[in-house]
Design a protein around this ligand. Sequence first.
Ligand SMILES: Nc1ncnc2c1ncn2[C@@H]1O[C@H](COP(=O)(O)OP(=O)(O)OP(=O)(O)O)[C@@H](O)[C@H]1O
Ligand SMILES: [Mg+2]
Length: 316
Amino acid sequence: MLHPPELAHLHRPDPNARPVVELQGVTAGYNGSRVLQDVDLRVMPGDFVGLLGPSGSGKTTLLRTVLGAAQVQAGDVRVYDKPVRSRRNRAGYVPQLETIDWNFPVTVEEAVMMGRTMSNALFPWFRKQERELAYDMMERLGIASLAKRHIRQLSGGQQQRVFLARALVSSPELLLLDEPTSGVDVKTRDDVMHLLHDLNHAGVTIILTTHEINAVAVHLPRIVCLNGSIVADGPPHRVIAPHILREVYGAEMPVIQYQGMTMVAESAHFWIDRNGDDAEPLATVPDDSHRQPVISHVHTAPDNVPAHHHHQDEND
Ligand SMILES: Nc1ncnc2c1ncn2[C@@H]1O[C@H](COP(=O)(O)OP(=O)(O)OP(=O)(O)O)[C@@H](O)[C@H]1O
Ligand SMILES: [Mg+2]
């Protein structure tokens, strides 16, 4: 249903390419407080990176650092080889919906056009062209019929698409998305992820944050796990592992390889270690399609729930 916009000006990544985003030893936060510590991150052209980490781990702050909107206290942030301070940054940004001021008096159409009009407010004759571009993007994202509505009067999925359209109308080469699939239904999530994969194939470098490990993160080529600092960085089959998830989330999260898929039991209490210590081998169930993964809650572990009562035997 969704198609990428025309991005013919973009090239496939070449092996000698310079990083799109480069953070070296970055400590950043707000008003002197440290949120990110000693972060080294290098994102190359054409990368598609998922940022994973618990609430408060600094995912949004990392995106803001790349946008030049967080306080960098140490280290070096470069975007397209330029210090991020220069702000002339070719990034499209889709903010986390919770952070948006929904009382701001703006319609869908106006919100989408904000992605363009900043650059040429002095040239009113561009406005018709801009409107056409905005409508084209709204059509692609299925929100054109909502153009005159206030952004508050939309569902979460429609709101996500408005901000995605706003970010895309400027044909960004770097797209930063903060939880683009939170609060949307399964179909919308799949549409958004398809669109992003298409954009990525057209050459757009993408960094997104997500809390959805199974539905989003494991389908991305690269995952960065954050908990103030970077805990792991690599493809899902390496990064999605119990010892890493334990370090990132402070919770035991069994990882199941099942029929070629990586799945995480996303519950902090979903665990079978009855001996108290490191029970990692139990966390990985072999990829064995005829067997059901055996995972039970700690309180209902088999040893604690005898299959037979032996009171009569005791009396014999
Ligand atoms: N504008 C701000 N001023 C001061 N502190 C902030 C600001 N924004 C975030 N923080 C603090 O920085 C820390 C990291 O916040 P951040 O929003 O980056 O986390 P996050 O990983 O995006 O979390 P979530 O998953 O809940 O979106 C939190 O402790 C938060 O309270
Ligand atoms: Mg956030």
